[in-house]
Design a protein around this ligand. Structure first.
Ligand code: NAD
Length: 473
């Protein structure tokens, strides 16, 4: 969706935000232009016979940067997709991957479609046809361009894409690495589905570890009992809300979907709301909570933390002054327009930027891609070995202390790590390191006044170094 509540487009908004950091690091104009430009964009139009009628679909795949390969980024199915949006999202992928040291370039794709209007079989047909276009035109392969799920797509679409690629390239032993976010039984990795929401949780946990950062936002210490409003209750919003409430003791006081919002100042039971939405396709009639169809109003509910996890440009010039949250963590891509960003910062609202906050998805996609090209599950070689070492260690401990370790404790101590343990540990470590880099720049550079500019400084330094090392030819 273009930034229709502001005078600049989504891509311009991303570039304006990056410009501020380019000035801070004194990047020369040529290199700045090279980094900001979108390397290539493919637009395809293809016919599919649906219910005995021919429908023509339009899709895009933008490659923003190829300074690292493959280029990486989701594919969304949305009724409002357009080229500007896809280019903006591809640019964000470039900055995101650089920030969290995922060695990929930036890409993004979209299909102009309302997936709710089609059956499963029809969507399969459309997805396979779209994949065919992307593969034939060199915009999808394990080594050059690897999609993942985004709005309106999930494991199912990724499995169809991988299978279509395999049929077109039966000789490619790495075919499973052509997309990430696949089902676990079809080459996916445990923890990918929850990864973006989990990453949002880890980012907030890191933020709350630094009292000076928390104070800057005007919040009290600790995530426990913080009142959170989440916009978007899909893959990202649901998982973030679930983990923050169930594991950190935060209160999810508001949940906003396209048809309205729910509010309960004592906190909502996230899983109960999820079950309600699965059963009724709406938030309406959920017990013991206020429901309103005023979706926009939901963003202005009284809360400590706002998590926009739906779509871009939802916080704009017209509603920025109404936002009550002191901290906004951008789980969606581009939810705050350039102008709204300025207005919120003037009011002292702290913003944890999208290209860091929602990086969990691409971080775990990176693990999945490695798993696919190495053809082995993480932990498969060392789990038993670790268990034996732990058993040896517990026996030694018993001998040295003359005590007997309880069965429960022994079980915990002797367990070898599963794939999900490695994935969560890698994700946590990457988010922790990312936040440390971000705040280090924020605290040490007088010209940097916000976490977003700090993030761009970190990313741009890494990207421009690659450009300088390799040279431009
Ligand atoms: P999704 O399709 O699973 O869910 C989107 C949710 O947003 C749905 O609940 C929908 O009802 C809601 N929504 C849509 N329009 C809305 C509106 N105007 N007001 C309120 N709610 C609205 O999508 P997702 O995968 O959760 O992605 C959400 C955002 O996160 C997108 O910006 C996407 O680019 C970004 N993101 C996703 C991933 C991922 O791994 N899926 C990774 C990084 C970033």
């Amino acid at each position: 969706m273009s930034d229709n509540k502001s005078s600049v487009s989504f891509y311009q908004s991303v570039n304006l935000m990056a410009d501020k950091a380019m000035q801070v690091i004194g990047l020369d104009n040529g290199t700045a232009q090279a980094i900001k430009s979108c390397s290539s964009v493919l637009q395809v139009q293809f016919p599919v016979k649906i219910r005995n009628k021919i429908e023509v679909f339009t899709g895009w795949r933008a490659v923003h940067s190829t300074h690292r390969l493959p280029a990486k980024g989701g594919i969304r199915y949305a009724p409002y997709a357009n080229q500007d949006e896809v280019e903006a999202l591809a640019a964000l992928m470039t900055y995101k991957c650089a920030l969290v040291d995922v060695p990929f370039g930036g890409s993004k794709g979209a299909l102009l479609i309302d997936p709710k209007k089609y059956t499963r079989d029809e969507l399969q047909l459309i997805t396979r046809r779209f994949t065919l276009e992307l593969v034939r035109k060199g915009f999808l392969s394990p080594s050059t361009n690897v999609p993942a799920p985004d709005m309106g797509t999930g494991e199912r679409e990724m499995a169809w894409m991988a299978d279509t690629y395999k049929h077109l390239h039966p000789e490619d032993i790495n075919y499973l690495a052509c997309v990430t976010g696949k089902p676990v039984h079809h080459g996916g990795i445990r923890g990918r589905k929850e990864a973006t929401g989990r990453g949002v949780q880890y980012a907030l946990q890191e933020f709350f570890k630094y009292p000076e950062d928390v104070k800057l936002a005007g919040l009290s210490e600790g995530l426990k009992d913080k009142r959170i409003v989440v916009q978007g209750f899909g893959n990202v919003g649901y998982h973030a809300a679930k983990f923050l409430s169930q594991e950190d003791g935060a209160k999810i006081v508001g949940i906003i979907k396209s048809d309205g919002y729910l509010y309960n100042e004592d906190g909502l039971d996230v899983d109960a709301v999820y079950q309600h939405v699965v059963a009724h396709k709406t938030l309406q009639n959920f017990p013991n909570a206020r429901f309103s169809t005023e979706t926009e109003e939901g963003l202005t509910l009284d809360c400590d933390i706002l998590i926009p996890a739906a779509m871009e440009a939802v916080i704009h010039e017209d509603n920025a002054s109404e936002i009550k949250a002191k901290l906004i963590i951008e789980a969606a891509n581009g939810p705050i327009t350039y102008c709204a960003d300025e207005l919120l910062r003037q009011r002292g609202v702290v913003i944890i930027p999208d290209f860091f906050a929602n990086a969990g998805g691409v971080i775990v996609s990176y693990f999945e891609w490695i798993r696919n090209i190495s053809h082995i599950r993480f932990g498969r070689l060392q789990r038993r070995h670790d268990e034996l070492r732990h058993q040896h260690f517990t026996s030694l401990l018993e001998q040295l202390t003359g005590t007997t370790i309880s069965d429960e404790l022994r079980e915990g101590m002797e367990q070898g790590s599963e794939e999900i343990d490695f994935v969560r540990s890698g994700l946590y470590d990457t988010m922790r390191t990312g936040y440390c880099e971000l705040r280090e720049v924020f605290n040490s550079n007088d010209k940097v006044n916000d976490l977003r500019t700090a993030g761009y400084v970190v990313s741009l330094k890494k990207i421009s170094r690659t450009y300088l090392d390799i040279g431009i030819y």
